[in-house]
Design a protein around this ligand. Sequence first.
Ligand code: HPA
Length: 277
Amino acid sequence: MIVSEYRKKINEAARFLADGLDLRPTVGIILGTGLGGLADRIEKHKIIPYRDIPHFPESTVESHAGQLIAGHLGGKAVLAFQGRFHFYEGYSLEEVTFPVRVLATLGVRTLILSNAAGGLNPLFKPGDLMIIRDHINLMGVNPLRGPNIEKWGVRFPDMSMPYDRALCAKAEEVALASGLPVQKGVYVAVSGPSLETPAETRFLRMIGADAVGMSTVPEVIVARHAGLKVFAVSVIANVNLPECMQPVSIEDVIATAGKAEPTLVLLISRLLKAMDD
Ligand code: HPA
């Protein structure tokens, strides 16, 4: 990747959106596999297919719509990406994190992410929501590798608090007040697309992870580099126990994510309402 070209592409995509939207978004949302329904709750201002945005990668996963929804949710001006780019699809991490750079360039201050993940904590059940409190990057790559663009952030961004504590606390408060059960935990990102063996599952649990998935961490690293506040939630689509592993199918993952989605939608929209600007 040539850094100056990447920067130019990000700026052109951001300019296209800034010119086309008479809305100044403060919150960006990236929706995970089977979790696009939050977009239906957005008081719609505009829907923009990814293919209309200059230089935007095209979404290849069928369960992802590949469009950007700009509007209001919980009283906040939001830009929601319905369909994300995964490393396992063959995208580079510059492509995976393209939406985050565009959001940062547009002046968005908070990023909310959702994903479907495999539970590793034996106390979790399929359909649970897990507020991500910390992560482990086991993708074997980092989106900030290569020349650093000083205008975007520092060379060695701090990761002592990647997930905003105040937002996590507020989400817990909102969940409690709304009677929504939520778990909290550590998300480990692997590159995929093959799922974990029993030995890998045991290893991931031993190193302190509560859930495993194939996304989110690159976006969070870039968001923190850009100084955005981050809040992320996993929908636990399946639970993997190393001593009694069950086959995992993408159909089941999507079906379970879909069932948990109304709770996720409630949590995020109420969190947005309770959030300061
Ligand atoms: N492993 C990795 N990613 C996942 C899983 C899993 O079990 N379930 C949903 N995404």
